[in-house]
Design a protein around this ligand. Sequence first.
Ligand code: PLP
Length: 375
Amino acid sequence: MARLYFDHNATSPLRPAAREALIAALDAGNASSVHAEGRSARAKIENARGKIARHFGVRPELVVFTSGATEAANMVLRPALAGLACDRLLLGGGEHPCVVSGHGFAEAVRVALDGEGRLDLADLRAKLTGPGVPMLALQAANNETGVIQPVAEAAAFVHEAGGVVVCDAVQALGRVDCGFAATGADVLFVSSHKIGGPKGVGAAIFARRAVTPAEKLLRGGGQERGFRGGTENVAAIAGFAAAFSEVLAQGAAEMARLGALRDRIEADVLALAPEAVVFGAGAPRLQNTLAFALPGFSAETMVAALDVEGVALSSGSACSSGKVSASAVLGAMGVAPEVARCALRISLGWPNSEQEGVAFPDILAKVRQRMSQRR
Ligand code: PLP
């Protein structure tokens, strides 16, 4: 059997439509040139921007292409905005390292998560009191647990306090509604490779000009309305737009199918190992994600053993894999370190089939059996 790739929250393979659009634009001209080659490249970029802008209901100039979500987070999490100045930053307890390390504030205050991984709204309200304009960075859904955050409720409190909400919609895009109306956010950012587009491209999307950053992160030739200098990656942007169109068209049906598959895998894992702990099980979760621990079986060893058996999944977040540190997200949820070190994440995506879901529990059982003999 071919390998089982169950790590779509780390990156999702290129969708055929994205590959086609990417390849078709590889030879594109410089979009700043006035000749036909340049105009054709410009048209591809503006077509992509238009699609994203229409979906989010904003003017095209409020969509800025970046090299991915990490760059977008670094661009937008700044105190000085075009229409106001923020004085302090609050961060959700489960934010991605690109938010935790990428912001431009002198310091940040973390808002607690509850035991299911959802933002503690009472803690947010307490931390919103005090002088100055707050900015809250809150993800729409967590990459490790799939837990969906109460962004709209949080945004209502932040707006009442005169603040701004920046939402990391990377894991939510195409999986749950992460538009401005659903989240109440002022700024959203997304990444192409999580939805089956090429890596190295993403976008920051602003609800209005007043919340765009006053300072430009990449100064240069004035591309992207001055927000990001540098010749645009036309092929990556075109591939991103193709993946974007596909998830908009198929996202709901795809998620329902993957949700049924995830539920089946979850039930099979619990039947195999009733002591397994499923993280965020009591909260709304992305339908493609299952984070669980088999207590006593180190995730590091399990990931390597499953890899040998042809299964690609991850322990904690891929961005922090390689480092053998406990998951900060599970820590913020109050998970005991000895359980957190056993945490595995299955994240499904567009190519995963029912047969793959059916095949997995037997492989897990085999690996678990082998590991128990070694203990
Ligand atoms: N935010 C979340 C929730 C993510 O899962 C990731 C990637 O793992 C990022 C941001 C960073 O995205 P990019 O790889 O486009 O920089």
